[in-house]
Design a protein around this ligand. Sequence first.
Ligand SMILES: [Fe+2]
Length: 310
Amino acid sequence: MTISGVMRTGEVCIRVMDLDAAREHYGERVGLIETLRDEDGTTYYKAWDEHDLYSLVIRPADHPGIEHVAFKAVDDATLTEVAAKLDALGFPTTELPAETMPRSGRRFRFTLATGHEAHLYAEKEQCGNGMPLRNPGTIPPPGTVRGMRVVRLDHCLLGGGDIDGNIPVFKDAFGWSLSEKLIDHETEMTLAMFWTGSNTPHDIAFVRQPDDNRFHHASFLLESVNDVYHAADLMGYYDIPVDVGPTRHGITRGATIYFFDPSGNRNEVFTDGYLHYPDTPTLVWDTSKLGQATFSQDNTPRQSFLEVLT
Ligand SMILES: [Fe+2]
């Protein structure tokens, strides 16, 4: 699709149990830039090449998981239009005033069929990427790119029961495309769906799980496969628990590592993948090739990857 309506997954808010450890993880090790901090400890981060003031929010809590995911519309008129479509499609929205999230405009809150709290917004203060808008050059000031050299928030993967129930949200209200899906090779039941509103292979994905409102991972874009290897070296250096990788997915063709934050929330660093266009057909994987669909270098599915969610 043309990137004109709902542009991307612009914000994910996750719960962390040990705030100091989480700040060290996301700020110093992953290398995100802290931009705001609330009195309750809630901390806001951006990756270096994002212009918006924050894309990752960590909130102190007594259990891990996702608090909300937020999608950014291109302008306020689109926000109104898409919220009306959600209402008409049976996803009632509640309007939240500006500053519900700091330095961000009014939002519409709704609940996905998988039980996740979702927001739709159009405005957030922009602080730039450290490079001038006129004659920007090619790199930000030395020292800006740190840790795992994350470029931007890429996507997240959420778990819940009725993943088909989210089709009206992403297809009909957002106008996004289903880039890929994973089905059971015997029953043809859809087990995972990958949605894109842009040129990337996915902006959000859902995996069928017995329980609703589960969080599988938030994924951060890196510039190159070389940076994936560099991130792996940092994980070794800091003794960060690694789930899988470095390897490559069959689905999306992305190079990847899965690892955990100190609260047990899964993170991913990701790069590559193909360019998606509106006329790109939906790719279907079935579970007879589950190993290749998930990890295409050794074609071996991982139990922890399939079963551990927060
Ligand atoms: Fe991912």
